[in-house]
Design a protein around this ligand. Structure first.
Ligand code: HEC
Ligand code: HEC
Length: 196
């Protein structure tokens, strides 16, 4: 192939290759927004908000849904066809958005939740959540931010960890979740949902 013909072929192929990879913005508006909101604020309390979530954690969860390490019939088809680049771009998109807080239905539960979060329960062996998720529940690179997350979603995850329905965390959360009473789990989830 002569050089100019080759250059022409490249010029013709390149735009098509680019068009095949959708941008994070177009993926969010055409797919994710239905449940996670256009700016990462969940459209229902059963879905997690993604706004302000830590980038590495988001990447890991999407990869885990894709490889079925984290089992979700809802999420698996959403990420099945996404490349590593698309996953990274989506994580950047949501990590850069601002998280929101929620109002709780029973204000008396908040101090109970705060106690569990910061001190755990030494009588039953619940470790303080702060050791891993941080003083302000902001998480770290691959540990999730919990502050401002939907209470119902948090509670559902604690149940799933307890029953080993979710075990993509190498069982770190199983022990924690198995020792929480229902009241403690509800209180800590409510406490976290109203944190800025
Ligand atoms: C039909 C609703 C729906 C759509 C559409 C959807 N999701 Fe989800 N997503 C969920 C549900 C439900 C969960 C929680 C799954 C579970 O219980 O483990 C979830 C969880 C997640 C999580 C893990 C959050 C966390 O805190 O651990 C990420 C990341 C995520 N989705 C990203 C996306 C992205 C990116 C898209 C678009 C490409 C998308 N989702 C589309 C419903 C949806
Ligand atoms: C030993 C460290 C450790 C401690 C202590 C700990 N966690 Fe976790 N937590 C983790 C890890 C690791 C993950 C999951 C990371 C992953 O999926 O890759 C996680 C995930 C979670 C999630 C899921 C968040 C989401 O967006 O899906 C919730 C909810 C949670 N933890 C609540 C708590 C609460 C409440 C406590 C205290 C009672 C606590 N954790 C204590 C390590 C810990």
């Amino acid at each position: 192939m002569k050089l100019h013909t080759f250059a022409l072929a490249c010029a013709l192929i390149a735009p098509a290759a680019w068009a095949a990879e959708p941008t994070a913005e177009s993926l969010v508006s055409s797919r994710c927004a239905t449940c996670h909101g256009a700016e990462g604020h969940a459209t229902s309390p059963i879905f997690p908000s993604l706004a302000g979530q830590n980038r590495e954690y988001l990447v890991k969860q999407m990869q885990d849904f894709k490889s079925k390490k984290r089992v979700s019939e809802t999420m698996a088809p959403q990420v099945a066809d996404l490349s590593d680049e698309a996953i990274a771009a989506l994580a950047d998109f949501f990590a850069a958005r601002k998280a929101r807080t929620h109002r709780v239905s029973d204000a008396d539960l908040v101090p109970v939740g705060r106690y569990i979060y910061t001190k755990g329960n030494s009588w039953s062996g619940v470790p303080a959540c702060t050791t891993c998720h941080g003083e302000n529940a902001a998480g770290s690179t691959n540990l999730p931010r919990l502050a401002g997350q939907n209470s119902r979603y948090l509670l559902a995850q604690l149940k799933d960890f307890n029953q080993r329905i979710r075990n993509n965390d190498n069982e770190a959360m199983h022990l924690v979740a198995s020792r929480l009473t229902e009241l403690e789990a509800k209180a800590v989830a409510d406490y976290l949902s109203q944190l800025p």
